[in-house]
Structures are given as structure tokens and as C-alpha cells.
Design a protein around this ligand. Structure first.
Ligand code: NAG
Ligand code: NAG
Ligand code: NAG
Ligand code: NAG
Length: 551
């Protein structure tokens, strides 16, 4: 990446960094120790027992604090000095002892330790009645993703039963504590804005209800059941989505994903090979086959083959709610029947700790509480938004990169847009559809591009000149005549078309019949309106979100 966007991105990032931690902390509930190593550290005013999972949750002002982990001597000294200044003499540090040994409760794998005395060897005495954390704490760290079969293999009543299942499961889980949800329907041939938005993560149940309504609307009005279930593409998109965006999209930053896929498909071809694309880290997949004839997709479940369910009727689908809840969240759910033991539990605060460590401010050393029951201050942290770890298969240098697609970023434009020249000549309307092809629709919706400035037009034209297409005279972009007022033109991607930049050829736009679509002309660097049925190459673009891309 060249200097310019680096600088821009650096500035954006710096802005986050320089935010005072106090903004993230509910000051009446906690004291801020300020920031170190990209995280805000706070001490709630209330004293808690060491294993109290709720201890950090009221600390954040719109963000989620979890228990502190200490990764270095520098951080340890920083925390000790901060505590001293308040003053507190000691505080729990978020290191707990469970059957797995001593570990950071927030999932951090740092091996830095500063014990006063090395703690006793683990007493591997399992308690007779293993207690679990309140379900709310588990639920907080698990995102539930539901894929609804709206393909030609399904029927209206089965599809609506799945929507109702999604509504009912989210309510069931929601009543037991906050969680994240994403819903999407697949198998529809037509795209609608809602289709492209899924999965969306939401943190409130008002939002969940809205999502369900929108999803249902989409299925009712915009879904044409002509597609087979393309598991391979779907899994690929999901994998890219979650690996690339990690938790930056998701307010709860769940560590664990539970995916539920419905399928009525009787076509084995599109199911084959999908499983090679999994697993994603920290995910489980529950597959639900509907009807006797549908191809068994349980081999796509994670753990492989273990989480397949088969049901027959709409009522059976609705009846799955407690069972699925139990499969996702284990024995804490009211109803049994799931394969809960096969599941990896969410990693945050979801283990039972039998001993907890605290820091003694005087000597800055760590001591074991012996149990976790003494009430004292607890240290909490919020990791500030930072660049995600690059996925080795994905180029982080290029914000427009996506697998096999070829969108291009123009650093000089600073407009967070990615451009691509189409691979085929199409009529205007088909060119619009072509923009959507070979792109993960969960992420963005490429459309024929707007052109808002001369610099942008110049850049777009360089794109054409790098293709073996220079000899093509004209290229569609996203400007079209307003059907309600023939002297108006509009950008189909919603950008504003106005007099601040236009590049019509002299004498254009013409008022000719059917000349309602606009093309770039190469040889005289102009725009002309022409017959929308002309077959031309075209230029697509999508806008990415700087925040989400999170360099
Ligand atoms: C979805 O739409 C169908 C058809 O209009 C309706 O019968 C059903 O109740 C809706 N489901 C939900 C959960 O809104
Ligand atoms: C970009 O992403 C952030 C964080 O997910 C979100 O708050 C913001 O609204 C997004 N911006 C746009 C323009 O979508
Ligand atoms: C804290 O450290 C000081 C100095 O080493 C020691 O005197 C004191 O006993 C320690 N307190 C606890 C509770 O460990
Ligand atoms: C049509 O659009 C033109 C140009 O924007 C405007 O001047 C004119 O008033 C509009 N006509 C109607 C009927 O809205």
C-alpha cells in the first residue's frame, strides 16, 4: 500500500486511539485506569467474587468490558500503579483456575505470569455437581446464525416455518440473556436490498424483530425460488465474511459462532465439496434436513456428521427450538435432547473457576485467592478497535480484494470505492446484474458506478486503459434517465447527480426515444445517452466501510 492511504488510515486509526478511555466507561460504575497496549482498563466500584462473570459487564458505556488479562511486565506495573493511585490495595486480575489449569478468563493466551509463589499444582478434583455460569454469560459470547432454505426445493409453508423458528429461537435465547443473531435466506434467484444485507448482526431484540420482518418481506416479495442451494458459495461467503471481518461488524464481538442451516435440497451436486471450505475457527454448524427425500447434509455439520437433524413437517421445525438451544448452549438449557457434549463451549467466561488470582499492589505480585469467593475489586478491560489479524489467504493491503474478483482501489480518490470493468458486454439492465456476480453479497452490493468528480472519471478511465478493451468505444456506468421526468438523470447507486460534475458530449443529453442510459465514450472523453439495449462493457463499483475494513 502506498503512503497516501496509509496516512489516511493511520489518521483514522489514530483518532480511535486518542479517544480517552473515559468515553468508554460508565464513570458512575467504575474508575478508569486509562489505556495501555490498545486497551482501556477499568476497575468497577463494586467488589465482586473472583469468578463473578457479571463483574465487568456494567463497566462499559456502550461497549463490552471483560476481565483483564495482563500480557507483560509493563502492563503489570501500569495496572499496579493505577490501582495504587485510586487507591486500592488489591484486585482480581482475571486469571482463573479451572480443570484446564490457570488461564485468562477472557480467552487471552498470554503466558506472562507474575506469581508471588507458584500456585499449587492443580487439584484435579472435579466437583460432583459442575456448576456453569449463568446462561446469560454464555449467550453473550455466542452468535447464532440461521440460514433459511428459500430455494425451489422448499415450499412456502416450510420456509415460513423456518422464519418462525428463527423468530422463536431468538426469543427463546433472548429471554435467557443477550445474544447476537444473523438471519438470511438463500436459494432465491433475485436479489433485493434485504438479501444483500444478510447476515446482519444486531444486539437488541427490537432489531431482531425488525430483521425477521424484513427477512419475511424479502421472502414474500423478492424471492424467486429458482436457485439450487449453492452450499459451496454460501459457505465460502460465510467463511470470508467471518474471517475477514472477524468481530468488527458485531457489537458483542462473540467468540463463537453457531450456524444453523436448513436444507430441503434433493440435488447432491451443489452440496458436494462444500465441507472442504470449513471449518472456521470457533464455529459449529447444525444442519437440519427437511423431509425424507432431501440429501443428507449432516456431513457439512461441525463437528462433522454429529449435528445433523432431520425433520418432516412445519410443526417439527417449530418444535426444534429448545433442542437447538440446548445443542448450542449445552445443559444450561431447560430441555435436553441435544448433542451438547460434542460442542465446544464459548470461550469467554464460560468455564467454572475454582481459584482466582489477584494482584497485590504493594509488591505488584500475583496471589491465589484459594477459592474465588473473597469479594474484592476486579480489573476489567476493553480492547480498543484495532486492525484485525490478517488472514493468510487474504490480502490486507488492498481494501478491494476479495478472492477471485478483481475490484480495484484508487488510492488517490480516498473515496472508499472499489471499481471493476465487467467481463462481458451486456444491455444496461443485465450489466447491473453482472455487477453482482462473483462477489460476496453479504459484504457489499456492487452497482454500475456513479462518477462524481473529474478525478474519479480520470481514474475510472485508467481502469479501462489497463484492460484489453481500449478499442471498445463505450462503457456503461450508473447514470440513467429518471422515468418520471425525462429531463432528470440519476445515479442508480443512490449517489447525487448534480451540476457539480457532468461530462456530457456537446449536444447531449439527447432527447431521443429510448436513449435513457448513459455511457462513457473513450475517444472524446465524454458522456452520451444512448439506447439501453445496446450491448456494452460496463463499470461496477461498491463502497466499502472504512470502519469495518479496519486496517
Ligand atoms: C411471514 O410471512 C407469512 C406470509 O405473509 C406469514 O404468514 C407469517 O406469519 C410471517 N412470519 C413472521 C415470523 O413474521
Ligand atoms: C461502518 O461500520 C461501522 C461499524 O460497524 C458502523 O457503525 C457504521 O455505521 C458503518 N458505516 C456505514 C456508512 O455503513
Ligand atoms: C502484599 O505485599 C506486601 C509486601 O510484600 C506484603 O507485606 C503483604 O502481606 C501482601 N498482602 C497480601 C494480601 O498478599
Ligand atoms: C424535471 O427536471 C428538471 C431538471 O431537474 C426540472 O427543471 C423540472 O422542473 C422537472 N419537471 C418536473 C415536472 O418536475
Amino acid at each position: 500500500m502506498n503512503l497516501l492511504p496509509c496516512l489516511l488510515i493511520f489518521l483514522l486509526y489514530k483518532q480511535v486511539e486518542s479517544d480517552d478511555c473515559a468515553n468508554y466507561i460508565l464513570n458512575s460504575n467504575a474508575v478508569s485506569l486509562n489505556k495501555i497496549n490498545g486497551k482501556c482498563i477499568a476497575v468497577p466500584n463494586t467488589a465482586f467474587s473472583g469468578s463473578a462473570a457479571a463483574s465487568c459487564s456494567d463497566t462499559g458505556n456502550g461497549v463490552q468490558f471483560v476481565k483483564l488479562s495482563i500480557d507483560s511486565k509493563e502492563e503489570n506495573d501500569f495496572v499496579a500503579n493505577g490501582l495504587k493511585a485510586i487507591p486500592y490495595k488489591m484486585a482480581y486480575i482475571g486469571l482463573g483456575h479451572s480443570v484446564a489449569g490457570w488461564e485468562w478468563m477472557n480467552g487471552d493466551s498470554s503466558i506472562y505470569r507474575n506469581w508471588a509463589h507458584p500456585p499449587d499444582a492443580p487439584t484435579a478434583e472435579p466437583t460432583t455437581e459442575p456448576s456453569t455460569l449463568p446462561p446469560a454469560e454464555q449467550r453473550r459470547s455466542t452468535a447464532v446464525v440461521i440460514g433459511i432454505d428459500a430455494s425451489l426445493f422448499s415450499t412456502n409453508s416450510l420456509t415460513f416455518a423456518q422464519v418462525e423458528f428463527a423468530r422463536s429461537l431468538s426469543a427463546y435465547i433472548g429471554a435467557r440473556g443477550p445474544a447476537e443473531f444473523a438471519f438470511f435466506a438463500y436459494g432465491c434467484a433475485q436479489m433485493s436490498p434485504y438479501m444483500n444485507q444478510y447476515p446482519n448482526f444486531v444486539s437488541t431484540f427490537v432489531d431482531t424483530d425488525t430483521m425477521i420482518r424484513n427477512l419475511n418481506e424479502t421472502i414474500n416479495h423478492d424471492c424467486v425460488r429458482t436457485n439450487p442451494l449453492d452450499f459451496r458459495s454460501m459457505f465460502r461467503d460465510q467463511t470470508v465474511y467471518y474471517n475477514r471481518y472477524t468481530t468488527s461488524y458485531r457489537p458483542f464481538k462473540s467468540q463463537f459462532l453457531s450456524m444453523i442451516y436448513f436444507s430441503s435440497s434433493t440435488d447432491s451436486d451443489n452440496i458436494k465439496a462444500a465441507s472442504s471450505l470449513y471449518p472456521m475457527a470457533d464455529s459449529s454448524v447444525i444442519t437440519i434436513n427437511i423431509g425424507d427425500k432431501s440429501i443428507d447434509i449432516s456431513p457439512l455439520s461441525i463437528p462433522v456428521g454429529k449435528n445433523g437433524i432431520r425433520v418432516k413437517t412445519a410443526d417439527d421445525i417449530l418444535g426444534l427450538v429448545p433442542k437447538i438451544d440446548s445443542m448450542i448452549f449445552g445443559t444450561t438449557a431447560a430441555a435436553a435432547g441435544g448433542a451438547s457434549k460434542e460442542f465446544k463451549e464459548p470461550s469467554i467466561d464460560a468455564t467454572t473457576y475454582t481459584d482466582c488470582a489477584y494482584m497485590n499492589v504493594t509488591d505488584k505480585l500475583w496471589y491465589s485467592d484459594g477459592e474465588c469467593t473473597t469479594e474484592r475489586q476486579v480489573l476489567c478491560q476493553y480492547v480498543l478497535p484495532t486492525p484485525p489479524t490478517p488472514n493468510p489467504t487474504i490480502s490486507w493491503q488492498d481494501p478491494c480484494f476479495y478472492e477471485t474478483t478483481t475490484f480495484k482501489y484508487f488510492e488517490s480518490l480516498h473515496n472508499a470505492k472499489c471499481y471493476r470493468v465487467s467481463s462481458e458486454k451486456k444491455q444496461f439492465v443485465d450489466a447491473e446484474n453482472l455487477c453482482l456476480s462473483k462477489h460476496p453479497l453479504f459484504l457489499h452490493t456492487p452497482k454500475l458506478t456513479s462518477i462524481e468528480t473529474k478525478i474519479e472519471e480520470d481514474q475510472v478511465r485508467t481502469l479501462i486503459h489497463t484492460q484489453p478493451l481500449v478499442n471498445e468505444g463505450m462503457f456503461w456506468f450508473g447514470l440513467k434517465r429518471d422515468p418520471s421526468n425525462s429531463s432528470n438523470w440519476y445515479f442508480i447507486n443512490g449517489d447525487t447527480y448534480d451540476s457539480s460534475y457532468q461530462n456530457w458530449r456537446s449536444g447531449y443529453p439527447r432527447d431521443a426515444d429510448g436513449c435513457d442510459c448513459v455511457a462513457l465514450v473513450i475517444n472524446d472523453n465524454s458522456w452520451v445517452n444512448t439506447d439501453c439495449n445496446k450491448q456494452l462493457y460496463s463499470i461496477c463499483a461498491f463502497q466499502f466501510n472504512f470502519t469495518d475494513t479496519a486496517f
